[in-house]
Design a protein around this ligand. Structure first.
Ligand code: DX5
Ligand code: ZN
Length: 220
């Protein structure tokens, strides 16, 4: 079995000590950096933008997984490639021509992902799943860290796993929002490959240990 991955969400980091927190992730057993970009339009919050991503990229030694919670993401695909994004995920709900957007992400040399809000049915991906490197299932409503996990996520993971199998796709399933030691193992057992964890990692006393224990838990 391929190993299951942890992606700490930098949204929960201490921005006054950003380099320290990036180095913590570098030195940890985590696999990816999860970068949340919010525009205050698609979601009711503004996170951080290009200069911050540029600073993170300068120090990050692991895969940079960018989650765009913005309208009209096509405008910025090239910029995110130039800033060091390895994976670029756009929201299904923000794209009128999703197929075109996915091809544009790949044309810039990045892996392409699609995120689904909690209310969006898995079926909408039926005709595009074979083009996707990743599907991100939102397990909270996007916009803020530290929210409680939505239990229906388990059903969605199972439906998506079934779709991936039926279509013979190789798409990874990433879960984002409210991930803790209480639900991590269950998410993996339902079919998830990558878990994003923000508050659970960064608000813990010993972040390296928290990541290490989570990683062991989901791979045992
Ligand atoms: C929410 C973001 C998440 C967030 C997760 O809109 O997409 O990545 O940072 O934070 P936690 O793990 O605290 O729910
Ligand atoms: Zn995210």
């Amino acid at each position: 079995m391929t190993s299951k991955l942890i992606a700490p969400s930098i949204l929960a980091a201490d921005f006054g000590n950003l380099q320290r927190d990036v180095e913590m992730v570098n030195n940890s057993e985590a696999d990816w950096f999860h970068i949340d970009i919010m525009d205050g339009v698609f979601v009711p919050n503004i996170s951080y933008g290009m200069p911050v991503l540029e600073a993170i990229s300068k120090h990050a030694k692991k895969t940079i997984d960018v989650h765009l919670m913005i309208v009209d993401p096509d405008r910025y695909i090239k910029t995110f490639a130039e800033l060091g994004s390895d994976i670029l995920t756009v929201h299904y709900e923000a794209c009128t021509h999703l197929h075109r957007t996915i091809q544009a992400i790949k044309a810039e040399g990045m892996k392409a992902g699609v995120a689904l809000n909690p209310h969006t049915n898995i079926n909408v991906l039926e005709d595009i799943i074979n083009d996707l490197d990743l599907v991100l299932i939102m397990s909270v409503n996007p916009g803020f860290g530290g929210q409680s996990f939505i239990e229906n996520t388990y059903n969605k993971i199972k439906q998506l796993k079934q779709l991936i199998r039926t279509k013979g796709a190789t798409t990874l399933i990433e879960i984002d929002g409210g991930v803790t030691d209480k639900n991590a193992k269950g998410l993996i057992e339902s079919g998830a490959d990558v878990l994003v964890a923000g508050s659970y990692v960064f608000k813990s006393k010993d972040q390296l240990k928290t990541i290490s224990e989570l990683k062991t838990d989901i791979n045992s």
